[in-house]
Design a protein around this ligand. Sequence first.
Ligand code: GLV
Ligand code: MN
Ligand code: MN
Ligand code: MN
Length: 408
Amino acid sequence: MTPLTVNWQTFLDQMDQINALSDATPGQNRLVYTPNWVAAQQALIQFGQSIGMQARVDDYGTVYLDLPGQTNAPAIATGSHMDTVANGGRYDGLYGVLGGLHAIATLQQTHGQPKRPLRLISFSEEEGSRFPATFSGSKHYTGLAETTAITDPSGVNFDDARQTAVQQLLTLPGIRHERPALPASFTELHIEQGPRLVQHQAQIGLVTGIVGQRRFTVTVSGTANHAGTTPMDQRHDALQVAVNLIHELAQIAKTLSPTLTFTVGQFDVSPNTANVIPGQVAFTIDCRHTIDGILDQFEMQLTHLTTNRPDHTLTITVDRWVHDRPVQLAEDLCQLNQKLADQLGLTSMQLASGAGHDSMIMSQFVPTTMLFVPSINGISHAPEERTEFADLQTGIKLLTASLHAQAY
Ligand code: GLV
Ligand code: MN
Ligand code: MN
Ligand code: MN
């Protein structure tokens, strides 16, 4: 392979340009189907079209940019997602999208037309941070599931937001409204979002599999009452029950497996007033593990704790709204990337991903692989999310080599 000439300045300028499209500070706020999300997908389409890629958008707003091949064989695809969590970082999702664009642009300049088409995919939504659904873009692309009637916290309907955003994307010239056939493979470049690569002094992570995850909303309903006049033994305090429940669940998680992650990330108290006993509390649980059976056991314990309660004056309901099983990624692609990383003289390690990715959906349909680059201090889903520029470059170089091996 001749030396690569990635245009790093353009890559950095485009990262800045899209990261400027954010609804709130601190950090990046680009929730799916918001005006800044639309502007970001539009900017990407224009970047792709400017180097001769053919643009398509599907009904969920996922953008596909194709570099035609010498044959019509199924495409070799790469990409990631355009949405962020609320107040997230600059790299989660966007790095894999623009990294993929520059890998393809570099191959085109260096080697000309590929044998197989190369496809960049910018999935509409991966994070589940606006609507209570995750991976809706890749689930729609693969036909795994369609997102049903749901609303965001301000009551906006998913379908209304989606259709408006897609119509706006379709106003761009030269774009087709179509969901393309599935590719022959999918390679996702991403920041690690954890500390392991830095701790092992590895430049590259080769991802073997992705944890399964479940998310629940637990609602505890008691009775709101006067904080000063209601005797302590005659209260139905939803918050006290919720706090005890969370404590018990954290202990259970620890006992089931040291690598079972348990997070209560959202907590709403009602009426949330100093002199009123809380009448209702709703909180979320996010739990993850590489073994689905461990998640089953956790869920059974959650059901047990919330249904067999001695105190009938309080009710507890549990709503499970995410159920994604753990996946193994393609072994042969992982081996290919290992070989290429070794040839490039990179230090690498194989690891499982604790974060969810569209790759877990894609891997159920097409051979899928992921490449990680180190996250400084292991921080992600936060404004402080950073990766050294040299590591960003290394990831894109390896992705370029991998796409070259697959498509030329
Ligand atoms: C998404 O990034 C997740 O892993 O929660
Ligand atoms: Mn991501
Ligand atoms: Mn994320
Ligand atoms: Mn993610």
